[in-house]
Design a protein around this ligand. Structure first.
Ligand SMILES: [Zn+2]
Ligand SMILES: [Zn+2]
Length: 435
């Protein structure tokens, strides 16, 4: 991502810092008007009287209920008008489950307004025309993203300057650029277009694609059905009731994400974004020093980790990094998640679904996934502030990838809340740092 060049919007007190597209969330014991976005506590659902199936938040190892790490107001009114969105990240508290698949999980909650479908249809009609024109989705553009995401209060930077309007929106691009992930369907979409069965807690796939855009190739459609051979027939397990608070594992203390601002970094030592030019330069000149320096310094893994540490270190209080369809900051290249995502990230491309590499496709609708938010180790400090600290959570980052279409749970009607599991990529501490 290219840096914004209007960095003087911060009031100009430090012109050497460059603003990035990453929105940083900071934690506080003071809600300061924030009502949704926070670390810790018990989850609050879009419809408080209707929890999702507890199956979504059970540890896949020990089967106990997970505890909440993050609850985020993730509304993106420009991109998904009329979509009330929340991201939840859960973790198992048992030590024996750590480092195991399914001990940290992510859920996306969604409630669409009756107007949303009409807005999306209008938007797509516009985009279907080859006219270069900025899509006009009314009213969202005058919201600061910080406000849109983290709720209540006016979005300002630390210096009190207003945060720019939503940078993910189309203000600087054509309509195509503004919505590169426009919902797609395929000529064979009718495969999935059966009448929806009753509400399902963990549907394997495919809500009907409501909006025919003839842009998917047949081979993609075929791939899709090959990858999901059983999906349309698979029975859906009944929802599991969410246990009463008293029956849940004890929650972490609440830390409100009441402060958000765009990341400011010093561009001089390491130009952003992570260009990863150091990787694969074994024959070429080292970017920042002589050959010997490089040999001493360069473990590829350490290099990625060092970049993580340096970048986070520039704003050490950051607890979450948010950029819908942006790039996660990898903690390691060598682990499973790193191997999956590094190619995308290295090429400077968006981390998304690209064949076998990249984020796995949405298990519900089959669309690609994009990066949305990640947790930094500071989150652990905030959540474990009352614990003795030697034996706490030991991840380096949790990366959340979400459906690029923001699809709805199968069988959930307009105006109702649905919940879907999203992709949580965990990069664990330590094992990934050593060579
Ligand atoms: Zn567990
Ligand atoms: Zn989806």
């Amino acid at each position: 991502m290219a840096p914004y060049d209007d960095s003087d919007s911060s009031g100009g007190e430090d012109n050497e810092l460059t603003e990035t597209n990453v929105l940083l969330g900071y934690a506080s014991t003071d809600a300061n008007g924030e009502e949704i976005s926070r670390l810790g506590g018990y989850p609050e659902w879009l419809n408080p009287t209707k929890a999702p199936s507890a199956a979504l938040a059970k540890c896949k190892v020990c089967k106990d209920l997970l505890v909440l790490l993050l609850q985020l107001n993730a509304e993106l009114p420009d991109r998904f008008p009329g979509h009330e969105r929340r991201i939840y990240v859960f973790a198992c508290k048992r030590k024996s489950c750590r480092r195991q698949e399914g001990s940290i999980r992510a859920v996306r909650g969604l409630r669409t307004s009756p107007e949303a479908a009409a807005l999306v249809a209008a938007k797509e009609a516009k985009e279907a025309r080859p006219v270069k024109e900025v899509p006009v989705i009314p009213k969202a553009s005058d919201l600061g993203l910080g406000q849109a995401l983290f709720g209540g209060k006016p979005a300002v930077t630390a210096t009190g300057a207003p945060i720019r309007a939503n940078p993910f929106s189309g203000s600087s691009g054509t309509s195509a650029a503004a919505n590169p992930f426009a919902p797609k369907s395929t000529p064979s979409a009718n495969l999935f277009a059966k009448p929806a069965p009753p509400p399902a807690p963990e549907p394997k796939k495919a809500d009907p694609a409501p909006d025919p855009v003839p842009s998917l190739t047949k081979s993609f459609a075929e791939t899709l059905s090959l990858n999901n051979p059983q999906a349309s027939q698979s029975p859906v397990p009944p929802p599991e009731p969410w246990p009463a608070t008293a029956d849940q594992p004890e929650a972490y203390p609440v830390r409100w994400l009441s402060d958000a601002e765009y990341e400011m970094i010093d561009p001089s030592p390491q130009p952003l974004p992570p260009a990863n030019v150091q990787i694969d330069t074994s024959e070429g000149p080292a970017p920042g020093g002589g050959k010997e320096d490089k040999e001493v310094f360069e473990s590829v893994m350490d290099n990625v980790f060092q970049k993580f540490a340096d970048r986070v270190g520039e704003n050490p209080d950051q607890c979450i990094r948010y950029e819908f369809a942006g790039q996660p900051l990898l903690y390691s290249k060598g682990d499973k998640v790193g191997l999956l995502l590094h190619v995308n990230s290295e090429a400077g491309a968006k981390v998304t679904t690209t064949g076998a590499k990249g984020l796995p496709r949405c298990g519900n609708c089959g669309a690609g996934r994009v990066f949305e938010v990640q947790l930094t180790p500071r989150t652990i400090e905030e959540l474990e502030i009352d614990e003795d600290g030697l034996d706490g959570m030991d991840w380096g980052t949790v990366i959340v990838g979400v459906c690029e279409r923001d699809c709805q749970e199968r069988g959930v009607e307009v105006g109702e809340a649905g919940y879907l599991e999203e992709w949580a990529g965990v990069q664990w501490e330590e094992l990934t740092v050593k060579r």
